[in-house]
Design a protein around this ligand. Sequence first.
Ligand code: DC
Length: 221
Amino acid sequence: MIIAIDGPSGAGKSTLGKMLAKKLGLLYIDTGAMYRTVALYAIRGEIDTRDREAMTSAAESAEIGLSGNPDNLKVFLNGEDVSEAIRSAECGQAASVISTHTGVRRILVERQRRLGESAENGAVLDGRDIGTVVFPNADHKFFLTAKPEARAERRYSEDVAKGRAVSLEHTVREIEKRDERDSTREDSPLMIADDAVVIDTSEMEIGEVLERMISVVVGRS
Ligand code: DC
């Protein structure tokens, strides 16, 4: 079984993706973490993230490892645990830039398909193009969204909890910049698949959203 969860950043995709995977005994695959890992590789290697050829080679060379269960996911870059390092705002912006390159996307999409197809019981994948490009025949597709203010507030609270010094205004600007780039790029822009179930999580509790998603998967709605 393949479950696709797409949507803009801060809509709750990863939290709900992990919960859903746990509940249904599926593998959880955070595709954004893969773009972030290639971005980190570029930052560390001082590779220009706008250079599409250099970035395609970087995506080929960066060995990305995803492991662990939904409660304790680890992300590795060439064997090094980069789970924390890839979460910086700098990595998020750089990931959004490198994800505009077709060469980078081709490599990562291929890896995502292989990961999803080889999962024993199936997988939940979260990203921007899962239901439209990576697994257009996914068994279930969700598009999670929320008002920009709600998404920025969630990101801001996460950053504060993790001790990152940021302001809410800064987070709002960063989210707007990323939304704009992710939605207007030529290759696989953030789009709602025709057959996706759209859920606006702005006014909903996490548990409520999870219930809704589960009822779709088990066929109760
Ligand atoms: O979900 P995230 O914030 O960790 O993703 C980081 C960036 O990676 C996001 O701004 C766009 C890009 N991305 C993508 O283009 N396609 C995906 N399937 C997942 C992420």
